[in-house]
Design a protein around this ligand. Sequence first.
Ligand code: HEM
Length: 221
Amino acid sequence: MTVLTRPDLDAPLSTVMREGSQAEHAAAEGSSFMAELLAGRVNEAGYAAYLLRLRQVYVAIEETVHAHAHDPAVAAVLDTDLERLAAIDADLEHWAPGGARTVDSAAATAYADRVRAGAAWAPLLVAHHYTRYLGDLSGGQAIGRILSRAFDLEAGAGTAFYAFPAIPKPKPYKDAYRARLDALDLTVEEKQRVVDEVRVAFDLNQALFRELGADLASYRR
Ligand code: HEM
């Protein structure tokens, strides 16, 4: 059963986005692939399979937001300090040296296609931007530390994805990001469209985990 959270649409946009996607956030957190990853039970091939899917998603996000950099909604969040593609490539070199940089993944393709479709109305791109980057700056930070411990990695090795060298303090950065979201001039109906897209983005992340979870037997350490 889907739990429908009904945010108060008169609240600031960032509040609507967070509160309106709590059920989907909890569901994504509860994915078995994520649980196994955080327990240190996913092997190198499994983590590389995850990164390859993320790569496809971040290529779509980073290309599309750059193509719409001048739209006021995109301009409010666009920041090259957030970009993850180079970090993903560096991490792939650690987990799968010399390996492929593309993957045949229905879940990643569906996610990337949905991101690109957001170009039809820029606030939809903002929904995707928020879901990935604010997540990376939040729970993602703990994931990096856990991975490092589980694999006994040297400082930073293979976990560039979780490091934001130009953003030493995530909390004030996230507060400023939310303030810029809140300054966007959106109607109640438009806020509803944005939060609906955030929910879709969470579901697409969960679908990624589901796809990886189906292969957990071969990704077990
Ligand atoms: C086990 C997995 C996860 C854990 C443990 C986790 C944990 C957290 C925590 C603790 C926060 C709050 C941080 C704060 O108050 O500043 C947070 C926020 C967030 N997470 Fe996650 N998360 C997980 C998975 C995900 C996934 C898969 C996504 C989507 C790609 C995501 C997206 C977000 C977003 C967008 C926020 C910011 C909410 C806001 O303040 O507006 N998280 N997460």
